[in-house]
Design a protein around this ligand. Structure first.
Ligand SMILES: Nc1ncnc2c1ncn2[C@@H]1O[C@H](COP(=O)(O)OP(=O)(O)OP(=O)(O)O)[C@@H](O)[C@H]1O
Ligand SMILES: [Mg+2]
Length: 429
């Protein structure tokens, strides 16, 4: 097949700049991308890299890239392995911050999770293994360039994903203002069962000061929300996926950090941005910390569904009541709210009806007190997977099934499905 100048094949929407210090690798990348000298890029038609042809260049340093960016054009920078280092990423990040029209694709000597993390934090839109071959690189340039162009000229105006722009999965927050009531148990099992139902789920541990999600799932917390803050607005969903811990086939987990973040930890706005950015990967379940901090408040506000957890004792119910007041959340009138009474049936516990009456919330979902939960916690496997026939396993699977269903439309279908009317205090999907 004859080679055609790209400018004859497609309209030029963006240009490509290759940055590589090593002369041999530079030549390889130049050849791979069909950049002919420092003039027009030519490619074989079957490969079909979109680009603007004229203006594609190959440079040997970040300073060269910076000079090229001076003209303000939309640019996909292919950053070669020679710049894959802490220093290289630092230089790249500086350029990304200053030039909103720059979208880097990093060509990495290997694809370790550490390297992926550093690349994302530096602002890479995609990372390709050097060994993956020319088609993988050309695909990445295609995708990243198309996205860059689609974002239009106001790229600088949108530092965070706007709520609503990336949605696919729903944001479900699990909240138990009083500690120890089983919030994490409910969140972990809800996410695990939702993932198994086929819709895919992401579980975010927002209890940054010491959350137990990783413990309950038996995973090692390598990365946390702290690593995604500041880079979610650059990263492609595929890249975000690679930063999460996979558990089973369809559950992705963002654990709490090993050390609490301190006063410079993520802001509420940043945590909302992280949760929102993960939505293209599936339903996002967020395990909120006990109490009512700013992060919880912001995530509750943004949520599509709010699972409120209490145990059947006076302090649990009192804390939930106060917690709702502090959040300014009129749960009884907010169709997003759903009450879960955990450890139901425990000796001396209040009646579920009594708790519903005090909180003015009907349709509570009961999860029984069950030793299978303790065994599951100790084994690091959610009870919905380790003991699906145990009473708590069944109850938690039923809870998840309610959230896995598509929202029925119209009064008749809602009634037919036995679903609650809006405002009845049951799940608002
Ligand atoms: N339905 C249940 N039956 C028996 N034990 C349970 C049940 N739910 C939770 N537990 C036990 O209660 C303990 C606390 O649960 P969990 O960590 O989920 O609570 P939490 O509200 O998230 O606590 P924290 O305030 O520490 O975040 C766990 O060790 C778990 O074994
Ligand atoms: Mg917890």
């Amino acid at each position: 097949m004859a080679l055609l100048p790209v400018s004859d094949v497609v309209d030029p929407p963006f240009r490509v700049v290759v940055v590589e210090a090593d002369a041999r690798r530079r030549e390889d990348l130049r050849a791979c991308l069909g950049i002919d000298g420092n003039a027009d890029r030519t490619v074989g038609v079957p490969v079909g890299v979109p680009g603007d042809g004229p203006g594609d260049v190959v440079v040997d340093s970040m300073a060269g890239l910076e000079r090229a960016l001076g003209d303000g054009r939309a640019t996909v920078a292919v950053v070669g392995p020679g710049h894959v280092s802490a220093f290289g990423f630092e230089q790249l990040h500086r350029l990304v911050v200053v030039h909103p029209n720059l979208a880097p694709v990093v060509v990495a000597p290997d694809l370790s999770t550490d390297l992926l993390q550093q690349a994302v934090r530096a602002g890479a839109r995609d990372v390709v293994a050097a060994a993956a071959g020319p088609h993988a690189l050309l695909d990445a340039v295609d995708r990243v360039g198309a996205d860059l162009v689609a974002r239009g000229p106001d790229r600088r105006q949108r530092p965070w994903p706007e709520p609503g722009t990336l949605r696919r999965g729903r944001l479900i927050v699990v909240h138990g203002p009083k500690g120890g009531v089983g919030t994490t148990t409910v969140a972990v099992n809800l996410a695990s069962a939702l993932a198994a139902s086929g819709s895919g789920a992401v579980l975010v541990d927002a209890d940054l000061a010491g959350g137990d999600v990783a413990l309950l799932l038996g995973v090692t917390p390598e990365r946390s929300a702290l690593d995604l803050v500041g880079s979610v607005h650059y990263a492609e969903p595929d890249l975000l996926r690679s930063l999460l811990v996979p558990v089973g086939e369809r559950l992705l987990v963002l654990p709490a950090p090993l050390e609490p973040p301190g006063p410079d930890g993520p802001t509420a706005e940043e945590m909302v941005a992280v949760a929102t950015a993960l939505r293209p990967l599936g339903n996002v379940v967020v395990d909120l910390p006990a109490g009512n901090d700013e992060v919880s408040r912001a995530l509750v506000e943004e949520a599509d569904a709010i699972v409120l957890v209490t145990t059947l004792d006076v302090p649990g119910v009192k804390h939930l009541h106060r917690g709702l007041q502090r959040l300014g959340l009129p749960a009884e009138r907010d169709p997003r709210c759903h009450l879960v009474v955990n450890r139901a049936g425990a000796r001396g516990g209040l009646a579920v009806r009594e708790v519903e009456r005090v909180l003015d919330l009907r349709g509570a979902h009961s999860v029984p007190d069950d030793p299978a939960v303790t065994r599951a916690v100790n084994a690091g496997v959610p009870v919905v997977r380790s003991a699906p026939r145990a009473p708590a396993g069944r109850a938690l699977a039923r809870l998840a099934a309610a959230y896995a269903e598509p929202r029925p439309r119209g009064r008749r279908r809602r009634r037919a499905a036995g679903m609650p009317e809006p405002g009845s205090g049951r799940p608002g999907w």
